[in-house]
Design a protein around this ligand. Structure first.
Ligand code: ATR
Length: 297
């Protein structure tokens, strides 16, 4: 009998390690089920809860991690930036992204990491086999999600990144930040059709096409060039209209589920030092999506 079977079904006891996610709202989160499954598969006596923490309670909640000895927490919307001021140390991935989604409690010292961008890159590489180094990339959108992913992609030494955004100023200022790492340019949304034929990757970071607006897509299908890798951060639905169109145009497609699973897998690895049971985590999220619908960390 393996560790998993031995622990499975036993109650919380005085040895149980505590983890969780802080968010507002948080009831839609799939992280408790996904990380709960990961702890179970790894045979760890640990639980992971969802904590509804409002912005004015964030400081106290982080203090609670320290004083109650939680081993780690994830933080999600709207806390990823503000939480940084309450931590003892910010890892390079998080300072680059300007946001923290994972806190590790190292004997009372709280260290902030960002696993969103590296989770995205790991999933993109593993699921498409595509090479990022030397490639050119077009990102659609310049919000918080775009920022973490763009910085992680820029760290992989692509030749060039274009950011297209409805509000051009935001694209320009994100591109300015990226230019420390790679060639980068911010363009207006209308400029997409001049660039799309020149790139290896197109990445949608906007919420366009997310449930319930599943009939929407960020760009006209006819703009998609065969052979391009087309990626969408959305995982609900698993295959957006944007990806369906891209597949029928002969593109290689990549959905957002892997990013969600791997951001959780990296958090698990930082907390436990064990390699994450990624397939168990992925099938747990797929099971939840099958049963319900609704997305988000
Ligand atoms: P997040 O932090 O989750 O990325 P966000 O900061 O609200 O969310 O950013 C959403 C991104 O999608 C932004 O780039 C936004 O464009 P603006 O900066 O112009 O607001 C983009 N976006 C949202 N809805 C859009 C739409 N209907 N058309 C084009 N872009 C849209």
């Amino acid at each position: 009998m393996g560790e998993a079977e031995r622990w499975l079904g036993t109650a919380v006891n005085s040895e149980t390690l505590f983890y969780g996610v802080f968010g507002d709202p948080v009831r839609h989160s799939k992280s408790p089920a996904m990380l709960g499954r990961a702890f179970q598969a790894a045979g760890l006596n640990a639980v992971y809860g969802a904590f509804h923490v409002r912005p004015e309670q964030l400081r106290g909640a982080v203090e609670g991690v320290r004083s109650l000895g939680f081993r780690g927490v994830n933080v999600t919307i709207p806390h990823k930036v503000h939480v940084m001021e309450y931590l003892d140390e910010i890892d390079a991935t998080a300072s680059l992204a300007g946001a923290v989604n994972t806190i590790v409690n190292k004997d009372g010292r709280l260290v902030g990491y960002n696993t969103d961008g590296i989770g995205y890159v790991r999933s993109l590489k593993e699921e498409t086999g595509a090479r990022i180094e030397g490639s050119s990339i077009l990102m659609l959108g310049a919000g918080g999600a775009s920022r973490g992913v763009a910085l992680a992609l820029a760290s992989e030494r692509p030749a060039r990144i274009w950011i297209a955004n409805r509000t051009k100023d935001k694209a320009v200022s994100l591109a300015e930040e990226l230019s420390r790492l790679t060639e980068a340019e911010g363009i207006a949304w209308e400029g997409i059709d001049h660039i799309i034929g020149k790139v290896d990757f197109v990445v949608n970071t906007t919420p366009i096409g997310m449930d319930p607006n599943t009939h929407e897509t960020p760009i006209e299908p006819s703009m998609i060039v065969p052979g391009t890798v087309v990626s969408d951060l959305i995982y609900n639905p698993l295959i957006t209209k944007f990806l369906r169109d891209a597949r029928s145009r002969g593109a290689v497609i990549h959905g957002g589920l892997g990013m969600f699973v791997y951001q959780g897998a990296y958090a698990f690895e930082y907390w436990t030092g064990l390699s994450a049971p990624v397939e168990a985590m992925r099938s747990e999220v797929l099971r939840l999506l099958d049963n319900a619908g609704g997305g988000g960390a």
